[in-house]
Write a protein that binds this ligand. Structure first.
Ligand code: HEM
Length: 398
């Protein structure tokens, strides 16, 4: 049997999951002493915070130091906006980023996955993160945006600067924002340049669609397009690679599930949802309380930061039977790993597609793969992502 958190879990995360279980029972909504944030541990309360936009706002700017550059850079980032502006911008962007557009990318994603795996042909041990899980989504998103894939290292550097190197909470402190500033400046200039080039050519693709997108006479300006591209480049990158490596961790812990997926790849989509529940790539989903609100028996004062513990709500025994068991047949899998409601992850169809294609390619190509037992897994700082930054995997060719 798989123990709580599974065997591939850092001591830190194991302790967190134990604490979450305790908190769900005794203190399901609780103010964190160090940060002042209100943390939400139960599924039902998490769902309320994610979806009740009248009470909980996505605009966290009150908690973020006011920097000219950051403000400009965030102009098109509708993840941190409320209605009606959120709906307007998301609506415009959705005209380019449609489910059909995403589905049409499947053949290209298959080719990218194949090329990445071909390059590993002679290796019997790989680092699943740097050899596959990271380059796949970055390459795909760069192609979607019409950016040169050869700049991949830059995109990686920026994503790390914004989300990893300075800690996931860097945005909430003067010091953190200062540390991120060079990356923001660089990224903004790079993307702005790129969008302007598009304006003067008539190349096709997502950026062309974004330039052309119009609703009720409203269009996106260059800086807004840049903000959205940055959101795609950052949001669609570490999350997806974390999901893919988490899927490998889950399969390694559950050889039976792996066998079943090999026999019936039709089970992959549901298995991926279960990975999202069992190992949510993101640990937190943040809101600001617009008014004083009662939640889980606590009174949360207006203006508070409210954080849903995604790795806790998806293990809530009130919501899920045997929550600590990884079960690819669990159906439906009502996780909150992509959020819920108006801000539900716009890239979810792309993330699901990429991970399904990559897993299928691995299962097809290798008779077996196993997480190496003689080399340590390195994990992300558990305040941000739940997953590995280094995942040694042994491959057995079919
Ligand atoms: C929003 C997670 C992949 C683009 C979100 C939210 C979550 C999330 C939790 C909701 C934020 C909120 O409610 O405030 C994930 C995870 C991913 C993933 C776990 C991979 C496994 C992607 C990809 C893209 C993307 C591949 C784009 C290429 C976005 C955008 C939003 C968003 C644009 C903002 C939506 C809105 O505010 O209306 N994502 N994401 N994500 N995600 Fe993802």
């Amino acid at each position: 049997a798989v123990s709580m958190g599974g065997p591939h879990v850092s001591d830190e995360v194991r302790e967190m999951l134990d604490r979450y279980r305790q908190m769900r029972r005794t203190e399901p909504v609780s103010q964190d002493k160090d940060t002042g944030r209100w943390q939400v541990f139960r599924y039902g309360d998490g769902m309320t915070v994610a979806t009740d936009a009248n009470t909980f706002s996505n605009d966290l700017s009150e908690f973020i130091p006011d920097h000219e550059e950051l403000r400009t850079f965030s102009k098109g980032n509708f993840q941190n906006m409320d209605q009606p502006r959120h709906r307007e911008l998301r609506g415009l962007v959705s005209q380019g980023f449609t489910p059909r557009f995403v589905a049409g990318m499947a053949p290209r994603i298959e080719t990218v996955a194949k090329e990445l795996l071909d390059a590993l042909r002679d290796r019997d041990r790989i680092d699943l993160v740097t050899d596959l899980a990271q380059p796949l989504p970055v390459t795909v998103i760069a192609e979607v945006m019409g950016l040169p894939v050869s700049d991949r290292a830059l995109f990686r550097k920026w994503a790390d600067a914004l989300l990893v190197d300075n800690g996931i909470d860097a945005i909430f402190s003067e010091q953190g924002v200062a540390a991120m500033a060079p990356a923001i400046r660089e990224m903004n200039a790079y993307l702005l340049n790129h969008v302007r080039e598009y304006r003067t050519s008539d190349r096709e693709g997502l950026i062309g669609d974004l330039i052309a997108a119009e609703t009720d006479g409203m269009t996106l300006d260059d800086q807004e397009i840049v903000g959205f591209l940055a959101l795609l480049l950052i949001a669609g990158h570490l999350t997806t690679s974390t999901l893919l490596s988490n899927a490998i961790l889950c399969l390694d812990e559950n050889p039976d599930a792996t066998r079943q997926l090999r026999d019936d790849p039709g089970l992959l989509p549901n298995a991926i949802e279960e990975v999202l529940r069992y190992r949510s790539p993101l640990f937190w989903l943040d809101r600001r309380a617009r008014e004083t609100v009662e939640l889980g028996g606590c009174e949360i004062p207006a203006g508070s930061q409210v954080s849903v513990a995604l790795a806790s709500v998806s293990r809530d025994e009130e919501e899920f039977e045997n929550p600590d068991t990884f079960d690819i047949h669990r159906n439906p899998v009502r996780h909150l790993a992509f959020g819920m409601g108006a801000h539900f992850c716009l890239g979810a169809p792309l993330a699901r597609l990429e991970v399904r294609i990559a897993l299928k390619a691995l299962l097809d190509r290798y008779r077996d793969f196993a997480v190496a037992s003689d080399e340590p897994i390195v994990y992300h700082d558990p305040r941000g992502f739940q997953g590995a930054t280094h995942l040694p995997v042994d491959l057995l060719v079919a």
